[in-house]
Design a protein around this ligand. Structure first.
Ligand SMILES: [Zn+2]
Length: 66
């Protein structure tokens, strides 16, 4: 199997990336490993209010259904 993204035209690839960005909006579950706080953000770069950047980021739409 070859990489899916290499089979797409530039326009199709941009559309694909836009969909991922839209899906991530307010859909990233963040969990601080230092203080244990949990919140929803829109970026994988989010840091915790406690100042820790040791934050786990999980896309909500990647959670399994079951
Ligand atoms: Zn924290």
């Amino acid at each position: 199997m070859s990489d899916l993204s290499s089979q797409l035209s530039p326009d199709e690839r941009q559309e694909w990336l836009d969909k991922i960005e839209t899906a991530n909006h307010n859909n990233i579950f963040c969990h601080c490993r230092r203080c244990g706080q949990e919140w929803i953000d829109s970026t994988f770069e989010a840091t915790c209010q406690c100042g820790s950047s040791d934050v786990e980021h999980i896309s909500c739409w990647q959670f399994p259904d079951d």
